[in-house]
Design a protein around this ligand. Structure first.
Ligand code: BG6
Length: 485
């Protein structure tokens, strides 16, 4: 299959930090279809050779494991081409179409790695020049809008030029191997599904913790905040995969229909429930990984006195027969104690305990990063004989599965997976417009409540696990976050 992969924003951060390393890995793994051309477009004048040198230099800044040797780069670089394009000029789109038509590749993937405010303009122009035929797909990076109305506006323009199955919305969490394992765990194994419901599960916690701060992205982040940056997309996508009903097939729409039903079943927020069930925080100066770090408002490009949240913890419910009454807790933040993403499924305690001592309930920990694995926490007899009163004491033990060890050679990174899926037209791991809009619909009352609340985010010290109110949120239901258990 021959392809043309056009990277709009071809000199930008996303391209050289994420897309090029992922494309190079795919090339190295022999997964990149042969007959390909990668065409970067951007505003300034460069030759192919100059662009290749630019990308080669940038590779020195990425993860060493993802850097090519000189020979590897020389071979990979033959795929790389560059074209100057001013996105405001209609004739430049016509020129691009002509260039692509001359080659006539089987598949054309247009990856919009630009600032999202350009998406409507680019899509409109692509449609006008006819760069939207059946062999064309367009890939859109988040953030897709900053609220429901702006997301709908982007979708309207995208839909005026492309059919739904031609528009691929990226949520890079869906590309992570651990997230695909969530589907495998639930629907490739018979073991858990009978227990995957309110009768056996006490609560579910999703934590996406980062130890980094906002770095150089202060201006973007301050307009965005943790709710839009991480909850509306990544955390909610994980929640849908945990809570969805088994799809009837593994087809993209069978899966996305079930995810959409979960989003539609989420308990809607009211101003009262936002005050009770959502905690927002902002980091102050502190110590992370042994280093002193500034507070959020001291970061560059962050306006003084900003009320932007860098932490969110919330409690919600999925209002259907399977999950009625089961709390789902979501938590994410920057400058937390560790970089760690996991989902904890806390099972109910045994209904009638006959052993003395600990009654710790079973717990399944789905580890997303930095490790990718599963831990099943159980109680077992140590075999040291009974206690003085003649009864057997139980101790906590865990079954650990490390996927990086189990499948050492087959793991591919998130962007690599998503780029290969985009080229192959596999839509399972992309977000449909109705899912994306429903997620905005659900978070919007929180945004409104915060806009009308002069109290602002609660401070937390960088390097901690967020404001104490986040612990109080779960403690109210008699629960605790994983690190507090
Ligand atoms: C992005 C957010 O979507 O996800 C960033 O915009 C965040 O703020 C990043 O740091 C986290 O992704 P990962 O894969 O490092 O967990």
């Amino acid at each position: 299959m021959s392809f043309d992969l056009v990277l709009f924003g071809g000199t930008g951060d996303l391209t050289w930090r994420k897309l090029m390393p992922a494309l190079f890995q795919a090339y190295r793994h022999g997964k990149l279809p042969s007959g390909g051309r990668i065409l970067a477009v951007a505003r300034d004048e460069r030759s192919d050779a100059e662009y290749r040198t630019f990308i080669k230099e940038r590779f020195t800044e990425v993860d060493p494991g993802k850097r090519p040797s000189d020979d590897e780069f020389a071979a990979f670089a033959e795929l790389l081409h560059y074209r100057r394009m001013d996105l405001a000029q209609p004739e430049h789109y016509a020129g691009l179409k002509q260039l692509l038509d001359e080659r006539g590749a089987d598949t054309v993937v247009l990856f919009l790695a630009t600032s999202p405010h350009l998406f409507p303009q680019i899509c409109e122009q692509l449609g006008k020049v006819g760069l939207n035929g059946p062999n064309v797909r367009v890939v859109l990076e988040k953030p897709l809008g900053h609220d429901l109305a702006s997301a709908q506006q982007i979708n309207r323009v995208v839909k005026s030029a492309f059919r739904e199955e031609q528009a691929l919305r990226i949520d890079h969490y869906l590309g992570k191997p651990a997230v695909q394992n969530l589907m495998a765990l639930r629907f490739g194994n018979a073991l858990f599904e009978p227990l995957w419901r309110r009768e056996s599960i006490a609560n579910i916690q999703i934590t996406l913790a980062e130890s980094i701060g906002v770095g150089t992205r202060g201006d973007f982040y301050d307009r965005t905040g943790a709710l839009r940056d991480m909850v509306q997309n990544h955390a909610l996508q994980l929640l849908t995969m945990i809570a969805m009903e088994p799809p009837s097939t593994s087809d993209a729409d069978a899966i996305r229909d079930e995810k959409l039903k979960v989003l539609r079943s989420l308990k809607p927020f009211t101003p009262e429930s936002v005050a009770r069930d959502v905690v927002r925080g902002q980091y102050r100066a502190g110590t992370v990984d042994g280093k002193r770090v500034p507070g959020y408002v001291e970061e560059s490009k962050v306006p003084p006195g900003s009320a932007c949240e860098t932490f969110v913890a919330l409690r919600t419910e999925v209002q259907n027969w399977r999950w009625a009454g089961v709390p789902f807790y979501l938590r994410t933040g920057k400058r937390l104690a560790e970089r760690e993403a996991h989902i904890v499924v806390n099972f109910r305690e045994v209904p009638h305990p006959i052993f003395p001592g600990t009654r710790a309930a079973n717990k399944l920990v789905i580890k997303l990063q930095p490790e990718d694995g599963l831990e099943l926490h159980l109680l077992a007899a140590k075999g040291g004989g009974p206690s003085p009163d003649g009864r057997e004491m139980l101790s906590p033990v865990s079954l650990d599965l490390d996927f990086d060890k189990a499948f050492p050679t087959d793991r591919v990174g998130g962007y690599e997976r998503l780029l290969m899926d985009a080229l192959a037209g596999r839509l399972n791991l992309f977000v449909r417009s109705d899912e994306q809009e429903q997620a905005w619909r659900w978070v919007e009352p929180v945004l409104h409540a915060w806009a009308n609340d002069s109290v602002g985010p609660r401070p937390y010290v960088a390097g901690s696990w967020g404001p104490a109110a986040a612990s109080a949120l779960v403690a109210r239901d008699g629960c605790a976050w994983a690190e507090e258990q």
